[in-house]
Design a protein around this ligand. Sequence first.
Ligand code: NAP
Length: 351
Amino acid sequence: MTDLDHTTATDATGTAPQDGASIPTTMRAAVYDRYGPPEQVVSVRTVPVPELGADDVLVRVGAASVNALDWHLVTGLPMFARPTLGLRHPKRHVPGADMAGVVEAVGANVTRLGIGDRVFGEVPGGGFAEFVVAPADWLVPVPEGVGIEQAATLGVAAETALQGLRDWGGLRPGQRVLVNGASGGVGSFAVQLAKALGASHVTAVCSTRNVEAARRGGADRVVDYTRQDVRSLGDAFDLFFDNAGSLTLRDSRRLVAPKGTYVMVTSPKSTWLRPLPRMLSVPFFFAFSSQHAPAFKVASRSRADLELLARLAASGQLSPVLDRRWSLAEAAEALRVQGEFHARGKSVVIP
Ligand SMILES: NC(=O)c1ccc[n+]([C@@H]2O[C@H](COP(=O)([O-])OP(=O)(O)OC[C@H]3O[C@@H](n4cnc5c(N)ncnc54)[C@H](OP(=O)(O)O)[C@@H]3O)[C@@H](O)[C@H]2O)c1
């Protein structure tokens, strides 16, 4: 039994949706009840449309982005994350940590958003579904000129890049930045955001097929890691944003200039504990030098950041790199491919 099995139509709190007539009671959604490889545990089912609370909005999903986070939630890996994800069984049952769509109904207390508004942001219930319910406070209007598919990508990945560079890395105008893993979801945003935040020079590390995309994203120099070792540049950076974790901490430190900062947003993948020592030791590893490395952090949901990202997208300073469009029936395959961690920009599921 999933959380979804005991939800009913859209009116369980006594809150009358303003346009309830057009809302069905059931919907199609990608659902998983146990941890495992996406292709084994995720299937498309008919489930009740989630119930609308007084502070919520019901959104007809136009597109939901595919995140590394969704792969972790579905597989339950690495194991040490299980206390957060759900010890024996997943806490969440529909993948899709962020989405964009159109408001179909609003709860009684909601004044910020109205029916027909195009909105995007993180959602608690899972965006790989025809409808999703989210607190109105979590969502932000999609600005004019920005498509629904683009907006769907501006959640977790872009927030991670923004918070990693600006908050954890303290990026200041005029600094030189290295982005390792520059071509996937987080990395493609990191290159563009580093420039938007005023970096004077951005070096992007990615594989051959993504070199052009990284250049288009504004990178001043692109290192194809299949042909050149970034260590051979003999360069050091004010901020090293590490979205790949492919170098040892010792080598990573050599790439950071005196008084510079190393920000690690990921660690090599494993089933059990392998990433933990690296994640825990980062600040200590940099403690006895002039360089700095904050503790490993997870990006937090922020409406102010979503609004900033929306403005940057509307002004053209941020242009999501859209790779694949998957149908809902292909949701499991979309997650399997994401789990290879060689994504090119962002992909979306269109319910
Ligand atoms: N801390 C947080 O809050 C947070 C939030 C979101 C994501 N993450 C983590 O951040 C990581 C990246 O997420 P994502 O969504 O960007 O994943 P993604 O879209 O799959 O991107 C991974 C990128 O890493 C690159 N890469 C793989 N091996 C590399 C290597 N040896 N050297 C340099 N680059 C390499 C890949 O490029 P090629 O295909 O060109 O190899 C790909 O572009 C994931 O591990 C995720 O779990 C953390």
